[in-house]
Design a protein around this ligand. Structure first.
Ligand code: CA
Length: 490
């Protein structure tokens, strides 16, 4: 059975904050918080998570000085909904941003507003995915928001100014401007800096000096790259998130110049699919390398300035990403690579190089930030502060199941996927796709089948398990107050 404990917020946070402080070299004042969030960065592109595809020495360095969460998941794996969940601590059906086509309003309080009220200096540099119109963004002391998709000489909207181009590469600019803001902060008060990199999101534009470096790299394909079941088997799922689909995305952007992808004319079928995969991985990994270098630049700055002694640094991404698994790119699905977010928290005074296996969620982040700052957590937030795990990564009574719900299937979506929801426990995942007349279920045994290639839903052997999971799923939907398409046939 699953266990969900409503966060007791300030009480536990303050106590744990105190206990963490005691662990430190000296009593901490309210810590500064730097929240680095990249866009679509898969754990399979981080060496601290065991990836052999790329070395990320600086993100690994952050993990060595803090705690790496091995099982952090997104509750609706797509940009705007996840970012709205991270701001509000609520599921999509509560905050209302169910798809990328919905703008958030001001009905739900966000953690930056609460931190600001509590005396924190606040800034967001990078990507919001929903502009600057909300109270959340307007409340900030400073913002510099990436405008459009360009990586080179990108446009930014800066607080109090017109949209303008900034010379350079987007990931470098975001870090430099963030550091610049920190330097100007009033040092008698704590700050919260959101460094939200637009990379490595499509269009995956490389830094010029890396084009040639990565052009010579070759990447092994993942075991499920040629998975027939998910690409053309009996599964009634739509999918244009294939390698060929990715190529079409790239080809239609004529203005991308030397960053555009041009497949050789003579390639087709499997050969073309493999070519696109290599091109994709080279571009994606080149973007990740620059993020990693910028994490290093930031950590060096904190060390040199002495701010490292009182600054919590968090690294995450707004969701996971397929790197060729099932032959796919993108996210959206409730499958592992899509929902799996990196999450590393470096907390001064905390023992370094720790791993936490507990299941944590994107909706847990705002409560964690508020808890770190000693700010009262609103009772209607739906996550849990992670501070208790920072002092005890094996804490008893943590959640052992998560709820997921994906919605974006409107005709305007570039990559529509049937709506679905489901439950993931430590071992099993039950998914229900529902769309118009479709009612299609999947069950995976993650212990035996980590790539989710064998649907066991109709297996006699798992009948009892399906029943149990459906019961848990109904309870989770009640717990989170999700009343959309509520009927589950038993
Ligand atoms: Ca994203």
């Amino acid at each position: 059975m699953y266990n969900i404990f409503v966060s007791i917020g300030l009480l536990s946070g303050t106590l744990l904050f105190s206990s963490l402080s005691v662990v430190g070299k000296k009593e901490m004042k309210r810590p500064n918080i730097i929240f680095i969030m990249s866009d679509d960065h898969a754990v399979n592109a981080i060496s601290a998570y065991g990836s052999s595809l790329i070395e990320t020495p600086n993100i690994d360095r952050l993990a060595k000085q803090g705690m790496l969460f091995k099982n952090c998941f997104c509750t609706n794996s797509i940009c705007s909904p996840s970012r709205a969940s991270i701001m509000t601590g609520k599921y999509s059906h509560i905050h209302g941003v169910k798809t990328n086509y919905v703008q958030p309003g001001n009905e739900h309080v966000t953690y930056p507003e609460l931190l600001k009220e509590a005396g924190y200096q606040t800034a967001l540099v990078g990507k919001t995915h929903f502009g600057t119109g909300t109270n959340c963004i307007q409340s900030m002391d400073y913002y510099l928001i990436h405008y459009g998709v360009e990586y080179h000489n990108p446009k930014f909207l800066e607080k109090g100014k017109e949209i303008q181009n900034y010379e350079g590469y987007v990931t470098d600019i975001v870090t430099d401007k963030g550091i610049e803001w920190i330097k100007k902060c009033d040092k008698s008060k704590p700050f919260m800096l959101m460094l939200h990199h637009p990379a490595p999101h499509m269009p995956f534009q490389e830094k010029d000096e890396l084009l040639e470096v990565y052009n010579n790299k070759n990447y092994p394909t993942p075991p499920s790259f040629d998975d027939p079941d998910k690409n053309k088997g009996d599964s009634p799922r739509p999918f244009n998130i294939t390698m060929q689909g990715l190529l079409q995305f790239q080809e239609r952007k004529e203005s991308w110049g030397k960053y555009a992808w041009e497949a050789p004319d003579n390639l087709e079928g499997e050969a073309l699919k493999k070519w696109v995969y290599q091109r994709y991985m080279r571009a994606y990994m080149a973007c990740v390398q620059v993020i990693d270098e910028n994490v290093g630049k930031l950590l060096d700055f904190l060390k040199k300035s002495g701010l490292d002694e009182n600054t919590v640094v968090i690294y995450t991404s707004d969701q996971g990403f397929f790197l060729g698994e099932h032959g796919w790119f993108d996210k959206r699905f409730f499958y592992e690579e899509s929902i799996h977010m990196p999450l590393i928290i470096s907390y001064p005074g905390l023992k370094g190089d720790q791993r936490c296996e507990k299941m944590v969620l994107n909706v847990d982040l705002p409560e964690t930030f508020l808890d770190i700052a000693g700010v009262s957590i609103p009772g209607d937030m739906q996550g849990k502060s992670l501070l208790p795990l920072l002092s005890n990564p094996k804490k008893n009574g943590w959640r052992d199941a998560m709820y997921y719900h994906y919605y974006e299937n409107n005709k305007d979506s570039p990559l529509p996927v049937w709506r679905h929801y489901g439950i993931r426990t430590e071992r099993y995942k039950l998914i229900r796709f529902y769309h118009e007349n479709i009612d299609y279920w999947e069950l995976f045994d993650l212990k035996k089948d980590q790539y989710e290639r064998q649907n066991l839903y109709h297996s006699e052997k798992y009948k009892k398990q399906v029943e149990l999971l459906k019961e848990q799923l109904i309870n989770l939907r009640k717990f989170y107050n999700d009343t959309t398409d509520v009927e589950i046939k038993r």
